[in-house]
Design a protein around this ligand. Sequence first.
Ligand code: ADP
Length: 241
Amino acid sequence: MSIDILNITKHFDSFEALSDINLKINTGELVALLGPSGSGKTTLLRIIAGLESADKGSIIFDGEDNTQKSTQDRKVGFVFQHYALFKHMNVFENIAFGLKVRPSKLRPGKEEINKKVHELLSLIKMEELAKRYPAQLSGGQRQRIALARALAVEPKVLLLDEPFGALDAKVRKDLRRWLRKLHDEYPITSVFVTHDQEEALDVADRIVILNKGKIEQIGTPEEVYDNPVNPFVYNFLGNVN
Ligand code: ADP
């Protein structure tokens, strides 16, 4: 699924959070939205998801205008910083949840759910942990489960908002490499929000740098690293945790 973001502008009262954003995300691409806090990354992600409406502009999925569509109809999957796994459900049940609550016409049978969950457990290399509860898992493992849960309903687009932001540096590093490998194996069109420049460089096919609601630079990690348009932003990012 490709995503065309066309002329997206968004105000909160008189404050312009996004200013005429234009961006094409290709099918199967993993794009990082990188920028300092307050630059509009999450707002753009929420507009792609249909969780927030823009004042102006369009969101096109595979040539089809989705601007007025609900989040559910856009078939997007989410992973957020604060994973919201159900504490009273084990890993298997957490991953299966999205499939079980589908409208009856779309709900797979028990066998099929079983098969799907095991495929996902294998994809995230956590087959042995199916019966564990979230409290018995590390933060990194929980975030991998959150990702499997998002993938269970076969979204067309995966949106990740600082998914590793709550984890410590070592785990973050492992997880972003892991996510990169996973994406190579399972290349779903993905948009990844981060303020961590190293994370964007490690994970993304392309990096989009936002600053004060505008796109400042778009390029591959190499291009952005070798020729930063605004070194100030990089220095600034370097000082932020
Ligand atoms: P980022 O994800 O880059 O940190 P955000 O997209 O969250 O930035 O926010 C961009 C700007 O818009 C910030 O100045 C923020 O305070 C403002 N903003 C975001 N959401 C709201 C809201 N619901 N109401 C008012 N201002 C908001």
